[in-house]
Design a protein around this ligand. Structure first.
Ligand code: SF4
Ligand code: SF4
Length: 431
């Protein structure tokens, strides 16, 4: 046996010894005595004498948690196999559909090129036919809905979703209508009910500041999951507390989950915000502060260092973003920029013309990057956003996730939160 390269041992603020493994996501608290014992085992797993039942049990737990691994196994090989399976599994079809680029907001950073295209009936039918052909070779299909503001064209979503379901049912393919990303402005009860009827019950609402928190969230009791993404940059990081207060005032604290996301100057359409974007380390520090604040205020925060097999749909062989004019793309940042397209729903010939773009995305490989191969958070980062990675001048690493900078601080917060909530539960049970 040997020691995992991805072990993290550290202390919480109250002095408790903590252990986390990035390969498995295993997280444990250790008594002082157990901690010393574990360190002895990991220092020399070959010669350590597992001569009692308790020691053998501890060894087995360390194996399950990924802290110890079998000789002859290379963790990088495991990551490569997981990654390739996830990326090149063609049994699952994933479509992110932008039925319109129209929007009732104009956020300065919005990276959809400022075009107002909406999917015409001809393109809708082309997409339905495209799906009919594709699903002959898949076992499952998932759609996600995005824009522009997709709730402005709910009738198009209803039509497409129903046609997809019919085709999937006819072919024995499992269909998941997926979730929707919206600015939330139109999220009133009747619309929420229509989404629910369509099986679209996971809604992500993006907010930039307290002024964006509306009274529309009557939808909360109707839909299964509403998560609030709070976009964070230099101009609003210090106002995130006000966003939380605004959500609380509307009685939403316990009903939605929130997470923070860094605003990035992805494309030409949003290049004007590059000066206000936070640098990696700065944003990672903010994320720790905001997470602490969110938990202190009693919010449900969802981000956790989970293992990733691949990064996103952009690096997967059978995942496409469908723009409103029918062009197919690999990345959510590209719709509107037809130079970056990888095909068109109505024109199979376009796939041949655009093959160079397909190769570019599918040839992206985190294991080509020397820093990533050596990186101790690789299993929870997987090279970050490929769109950014492909454009970076340096080819030694990808677009580092925040975990590179704040993993231990975030894990300490998770531990504190877990300790407080379990203590509160115990206290309540006693009452
Ligand atoms: S490549 Fe980056 S921007 Fe594109 S879909 Fe993936 S995570 Fe999003
Ligand atoms: S992109 Fe950065 S954080 Fe991610 S694996 Fe590569 S070096 Fe590590």
């Amino acid at each position: 046996m040997k020691t995992s390269k991805y072990n993290k041992f550290f202390e919480s603020d109250d002095g408790t010894k903590l252990a986390y493994n990035c390969m498995t996501g295993g997280f444990a608290t250790l008594t002082e005595q157990k901690y010393r014992q574990v360190q002895d085992i990991l220092a020399s797993p070959h010669t350590y004498r597992f001569n009692t039942k308790a020691k053998k049990e501890l060894r087995d737990k360390l194996l399950v948690g990924g802290f110890l691994i079998e000789d002859g196994i290379d963790e990088l090989d495991i990551l490569k196999v997981r990654n390739r399976n996830a990326r090149f599994d063609s049994r699952r079809l994933k479509l992110t559909i932008l039925p319109t680029l129209k929007c009732n907001f104009r956020c300065v950073y919005c990276y959809e090129a400022r075009k107002n295209a909406t999917m015409s009936p001809e393109i809708q039918n082309g997409l339905v036919e495209f799906v009919k052909k594709k699903i002959e070779t898949v076992e499952s299909m998932t759609t996600n809905w995005y824009g522009g503001e997709p709730l402005m064209v709910l009738n198009i979503i209803e039509y497409l979703r129903n046609e997809f379901e019919k085709s999937c049912t006819a072919n024995g393919v499992q269909y998941n209508p997926g979730g929707i990303i919206t600015n939330g402005y139109l999220l009133k009860k009747p619309i929420a009910q229509r989404l629910k009827n369509m099986g679209i019950e996971t809604v992500q609402v993006t907010l930039d500041g307290p002024k964006d928190v509306h009274d529309q969230y009557h939808a909360v009791g109707i839909l299964k999951t509403i998560s609030i993404r709070v976009n964070t940059d230099k101009t609003n990081a210090h106002r995130v507390a006000e966003v939380m207060d605004a959500l609380e005032e509307r009685g939403l604290k316990q009903k939605v989950s929130i997470y923070f996301a860094k605003v990035m100057a992805h494309t030409e359409a949003c290049a004007n915000v590059s000066g206000s974007c936070l640098k990696d380390q700065e944003y990672s520090d903010w994320e720790v502060q905001l997470t602490k604040l969110g938990w202190e205020k009693g919010f449900n925060l969802t981000k956790y260092p989970r293992i990733k097999f691949n990064y996103c749909e952009g690096d997967q062989v059978n995942a496409f973003v469908v723009g409103p004019t029918g062009y197919l793309y690999k990345c959510w940042s590209d719709p509107g920029d037809t130079d970056e397209a990888v095909g068109h729903v109505c024109d199979p010939q376009k796939y041949q013309e655009k093959k160079k773009n397909v190769y570019k995305w599918l040839a992206w490989d985190v294991f080509d990057r020397t820093e990533c191969r050596e990186c101790d958070v690789l299993p929870i980062c997987m090279g970050g956003c490929p769109f950014v990675g492909l454009r970076m001048k340096s080819k030694t690493r990808g677009a580092c996730e925040e975990w590179r900078h704040n993993l231990l601080d975030m894990l300490k917060l998770y531990y504190n939160h877990y300790r407080h909530t379990s203590q509160n539960k115990k206290n309540q049970a006693k009452k």
